[in-house]
Design a protein around this ligand. Structure first.
Ligand code: AMP
Ligand code: GLY
Length: 424
């Protein structure tokens, strides 16, 4: 098979690494890819949002199967574009990707089908939102821009003043652009967060092993929200009991709800869960693999990933016995100092050879590029260093050891990824 992966971050490097191990793949392409992905795939510099050029590239190279990584092209309908060209593609079509593309849609879906989530109201104008804050709201409260906002469209407001300011910045000043044409105001919940990724074929859903992300920039969950500074898998807080509850009340119900709405979902549903005192509740849905969750989940998967992708597209996922190693993985993100605000790029990176010929260490590239024969920093999140181990403690020790193998100017990381496991 000839396979194309669309995207170019750490998640796509982890997907390409898994696909490159498939016995069924003889040629792998990635568009646009990055400096690390080019060691397992042939990269083509095509924007993920240039659907016409992506489809033309797939046709010109006789691609048999496409896998789409990021949210923007999924929500924009890239799967519909590949399917119209007759190319089987892993990922939800535009009608289904709304599960991530509109938070107002996903909240209404959960209410209609009785899927546990925070209490909420949707607003399409700021006057009604302000009226609600002035009369009915309890604080803290959570404001969410409806559309995609690079993971930044969620504001947790401790006071009415902050919330009024938040409505202004989302709906009037359009801080997140058209993502703020509508907004959700919801109840503030407390508890541990867990990410559960799942494969879906429209009818059947099979969950992968659990993971936990660290969204804040600094140790102790301080600082600004980021795309994710590190992950571990499995989550010791995702117990058998929690899994049974979610299997019965959340996962299959979501797939069935989407099918009932005429929005059959094929691809990955990422359940962002909060384990509250009243039981697990859905914080958010994503319509794709998580980044950097994928960097700890896929290295633990036993199946040939192409078998699973094809079963999702063909509607035969019930025939797949999805299996994960009985081990653990930790990923520590190496970022550029200053991320998520401003940072410098273009610094040479050294030390990659230490990862060669080791199957329990991975150096996933996120923001890197080739420059004059050197690999240089090219983004806020530069690399994801993953290690597997017999348990979380061993995986964490190995991942932090491996962060020392890599050097570049302005290298920044959190030093407490996976610290929560000490409390488990
Ligand atoms: P989301 O993009 O919806 O996952 O929100 C980003 C982050 O905001 C989540 O990972 C949570 O840490 C936090 N968050 C979102 N919704 C709530 C809520 N209702 N209560 C408390 N925290 C929340
Ligand atoms: N790690 C969170 C996300 O991919 O949205």
């Amino acid at each position: 098979m000839k396979v194309l992966v669309v995207g170019g971050g750490g998640r796509e490097h982890a997907i390409c690494t898994a696909v490159s191990k498939s016995k069924r793949v003889d040629k792998l392409f990635c568009a646009p890819g990055n400096a690390g992905i080019s060691s397992v795939a042939e990269c083509a510099p095509i924007s993920v949002m240039d659907f016409e050029a992506q489809v033309k590239f797939a046709k010109d190279n006789a691609i048999d199967f496409v896998i789409v990584g990021p949210d923007d092209p999924l929500v924009g309908g890239i799967v519909d574009a590949f399917e119209a060209a007759g190319i089987p593609t892993f990922g939800p079509n535009k009608a289904a990707a709304i599960l991530e593309g509109s938070k107002a849609f996903s909240k209404d879906l959960m209410k209609k089908y009785d899927i546990p989530t925070a209490q909420y109201e949707n607003f399409d104008n700021s006057d009604a939102a302000i009226e609600y804050l002035n009369t009915k709201a309890k604080f803290p409260i959570v404001l969410k821009a409806d559309g995609l906002a690079l993971g930044k469209g969620v504001l947790i407001c401790n006071t009415k003043e902050e919330a009024l300011e938040g409505v202004k910045s989302i709906m009037l000043d359009k801080q997140f652009g058209s993502a703020g044409n509508m907004m959700v105001i919801e109840e503030f919940m407390t508890g541990r967060e867990v990410s559960v990724l799942s494969f879906c074929d429209g009818k059947t859903i099979k969950t992968m092993t659990s993971a936990q992300d660290h969204k804040r920039a600094m140790d102790g969950d301080q600082g600004l929200n980021t795309g994710g500074m590190g992950t571990f898998s499995p989550s010791p807080f995702y117990t058998k009991e929690v899994d049974e509850f979610c299997q019965a009340n959340i996962y299959q119900k979501t797939v069935d709800a989407m099918a009932s709405e005429g929005r059959t979902f094929k691809g990955v549903i990422f359940f962002g869960l909060m384990l509250t005192a009243d039981g697990p509740k859905v914080l958010e849905f994503n319509a794709r693999f998580g980044d950097p969750e994928t960097q700890v989940v896929l290295p633990r998967m036993k199946n040939d990933i192409m078998d699973v992708f094809e079963a999702c597209v063909n509607g035969t996922l019930d025939k797949i016995d999805l299996q994960f190693e009985d081990n653990a993985a930790v990923c520590v993100v190496l970022a550029s100092k200053g991320y998520p605000l401003s940072y410098e790029k273009g610094y040479p990176i050294t030390g990659f050879e230490a990862f060669d010929n080791k199957d329990d260490y991975f150096c996933f590239h996120a923001g890197t590029k080739m420059s004059d024969g050197n690999i240089v920093t090219n983004g806020g999140r530069v690399l994801g260093i993953t290690a597997t181990g017999a348990d979380l403690k061993e995986a964490r020790a190995k991942a932090y050891e491996a962060t020392k193998w890599i050097s570049f100017d302005n290298k920044y990381m959190r030093n407490d990824i996976g610290k929560a496991i000490d409390e488990a």
